[in-house]
Every structure is written in C-alpha cells, then in structure tokens.
Write a protein that binds this ligand. Structure first.
Ligand SMILES: [Zn+2]
Length: 290
C-alpha cells in the first residue's frame, strides 16, 4: 500500500511539474510578441469567473483584430492583412493573408473549423490555467446559490429526462417571463386543456393525449415550448418530440396546437415502430382535443 501511495505521489508531482513547464512555454511564446500585445494577452488577472474571462477574451480579440493592418499588396479587391500576432495568413491556395476582420477573427478564435492562431491559443490556455482556482471557487459559489434557490423557489418540470428547473434555468439565450406574463401563458395552457400539477415547489403543465403525455414550458418570453413523450416509456431525451407555439399567434390556436401535437405523436410512433417497440394506441385516456 505504501509503495502504491508513493507511486501515486510521484505521478501527481510529475504531472504538476509538466503542467508548470507547459505554462512557462505558453508564457514564453506570448512574451515573444511586441510588448503592447504581450501585455494585452496577459491582462487576464482581474478575471474572477468564467463570465469575466469570456468578456476579457472578446475584448482582447476585438483589440487585436481592430489593430490589424490592411496589406494592399495581397489584394486590391478586398481588405486583407496578416495576423498581427503570428504573421500567418490563409492556408488556401488562391488567397494570401486573411479577409479583415472576419477571416482574421476566425483565425484568432479557431472558429469555423479553422486552425487557431498559435499565439491566442497559448495565451487563452495560459489564462484559463492561471485562473483555474478562481473558476473553481466561482463555480462552487454558483452551485451553492442555485441549490439554495431550488429549495425555496418554484421549479418547473418541462422535460421528462431532466430534473425540474428554475424559472431562468436552461433557457439558453431566451429571457424568462415576468410573473404577469407567466399568468397569461398559464391561461393559454388551461384553454388548451392542460392540467396544472403542483407537488411541493414543483409545477408541471401536463396534458395526456392517447398514449402520450405533453409537458409545457411556459417560461421563455414570447412562446410556449412543448415536450411530447410516450406514457410509461423510458425517459431518455431521444424518446421525446418537441414543438412550440408563439405568443403572437392569435387565431385557431386549438387547431394549430392539435396539428402540431398529432405530428409530434406520429414522429414518436414512427421512431417506435422502427425500433420494433410499437405500443397499442388508446393505452391512456384522451383529454385533448375536445
Ligand atoms: Zn495568428
């Protein structure tokens, strides 16, 4: 046992030494840049969270791209120039330099299946490694705050394959509704015959249709999302079909909803029959359409 512990200790120390050496190499590479650019690329120390880091990288990229000089000798037709950091250009056979600013930005970020600039790659990895303790602490603080909110705030069951979520959780780039907007969305769901099930602080807007269940998600501004899945079937995300209704739809809402629901159910039946798991229709009672 003692020998195993010693070996593990040795491996951990070796990995830590290699990580430090790698970090030194990244710093050396960045410091080969002109002083002003090197200082810019190493100005990450005020970041205290991943969000700060994301803002910082955007600012750095904007400043590098805006400082790139056009080189008229490589194109008279469009603005093109070389990377101000690595002096590289496009690897394409018919073009030199990068189109400014979009082509250069793709090179600096590695976006769009492009090989990233070795200097920004080293600089951003250096920053993330140096900030790893801050990220960890910020992630932990965020996790605790979310746990505290989950114990006291209303949670929404919107997907059978995921735990209930907070009003503003997993909305990606969508904003959450205000309390008044949420009441209006609930009225719309009641008009579509949805039942509101409340279990402690978890609410679910639910509708049963033939052998399927529909869960509604009224949280995002401007629309209601629906998740359809088969009653009593396993709760994998691949077994659901989704559709949505926009708030600005005014006419024939029941019919619009019914058509989308029938399409979603047919999609699930087709998937079920492909996997040889066809279930007899009519296993549940219908509450829709009227
Ligand atoms: Zn470059």
């Amino acid at each position: 046992m003692r020998r195993y512990d010693d070996q593990m200790e040795f491996v951990k120390k070796r990995i830590a030494d290699l990580e430090d050496e790698l970090q030194d190499t990244r710093r050396d590479l960045v410091e080969l840049m002109p002083r002003q650019l090197a200082d810019l690329l190493m100005s990450y120390r005020s970041c205290e969270s991943r969000q700060d880091y994301d803002h910082w990288t955007c600012e750095v990229l904007d400043r590098i791209a805006s400082g790139a000089e056009r080189d008229p000798s490589i194109s008279h037709l469009e603005d093109r120039g070389w990377c101000p950091l690595c002096k590289g250009g496009s690897s394409g056979p018919y073009s030199r330099g990068f189109a400014l600013p979009e082509g250069l930005m793709r090179h600096l970020t590695g976006r769009g299946n492009t090989a990233q600039c070795p200097v920004t790659r080293a600089a951003f990895r250096m920053a993330r490694y140096a900030l790893r303790d801050e990220f960890r602490a910020a992630d932990e603080a965020k996790r605790r705050a979310t746990e505290a909110r989950r114990a006291t705030e209303r949670l929404f069951l919107v997907d059978p394959s995921s735990p209930p979520c907070l009003l503003d959780e997993r909305l990606w780039f969508q904003k959450e509704r205000s309390a008044e907007e949420l009441v209006r969305a609930e009225e719309r769901l009641r008009d579509l015959n949805f039942q509101v099930e409340i279990n402690e602080n978890v609410v679910a807007y639910k509708l049963q249709y033939e052998e399927f269940v529909v869960l509604a998600d009224p949280r995002p501004v401007g629309r209601i999302d629906f998740c359809v899945f088969e009653l009593a079937k396993n709760k994998r995300r691949s077994c659901v079909a989704t559709f949505r209704m926009m708030d600005n739809w005014k006419n024939d809402l029941t019919e619009k909803f019914r058509r989308r629901l029938v399409d979603a159910c047919n999609t699930l039946r087709t998937r079920g029959s492909r996997s040889g798991a066809v279930r007899k229709r009519g296993a549940g009672s219908d509450t829709f359409p009227k």
